[in-house]
Design a protein around this ligand. Sequence first.
Ligand SMILES: N[C@@H](CCC(=O)N[C@@H](CS)C(=O)NCC(=O)O)C(=O)O
Length: 207
Amino acid sequence: MRLYIAPQTCSLAPHLALEYAGAQYEISHLHFGNNQQRSPEYLAINPKGRVPALVTDRGILTETPAILVFIAQSYPQAELAPLHDAYEFAKLQEFQNYLSSTVHVAHAHRPRGARWVDDPAALEAMRRKVPQNMAECFELIERDYVRGPWVFGEKLSLADFYLFAIAQWLEADGVEPARFPKVQALQRRLEADPRAQRVLAQQSPPA
Ligand SMILES: N[C@@H](CCC(=O)N[C@@H](CS)C(=O)NCC(=O)O)C(=O)O
């Protein structure tokens, strides 16, 4: 399998999942600085011009929650999702869908506001709203989702990889990460794991 990634993006989540699953995979880095995600070569892989994209032997997958669940189901022995518990699996999907459809989109209003408006004043107004929206999302995550130490209590799962990827944006989005002690503890715990360290070391393209 080949995963297309860029540093500091949600593609960190499936990258972590592949590593923790023990999968055989290769990484391709995209340079957002050169708009490589919009190159004809990459648009042939993902016409949405976004990361992540996972090339599998059955075809190409996009959308972070779908890729994450695919990895967990392809490597069930890694136990990265509660695959056999309908309620817990739905809770996982609830959380991942919240991250992709609400939290990620709230963040994108800062760096990617041009997706929605052209007017510079409207762009600026959208950017100003990002700290409030992101803080509200993380208040809910801290209070209602992170059971501790991981999202699903004692069991590390896909949800932790995805939350880790999105929580890395908080500071740049103007939100003090220390306001969310359970999320911060989860980040520190994952960063201390050699498997996560291997992934983080591969996130930036080789010099
Ligand atoms: N809904 C998609 C969103 C993917 C997405 O927006 N990825 C960002 C990085 S976090 C991206 O590739 N942005 C490049 C661009 O907008 O040009 C998912 O959850 O995978």
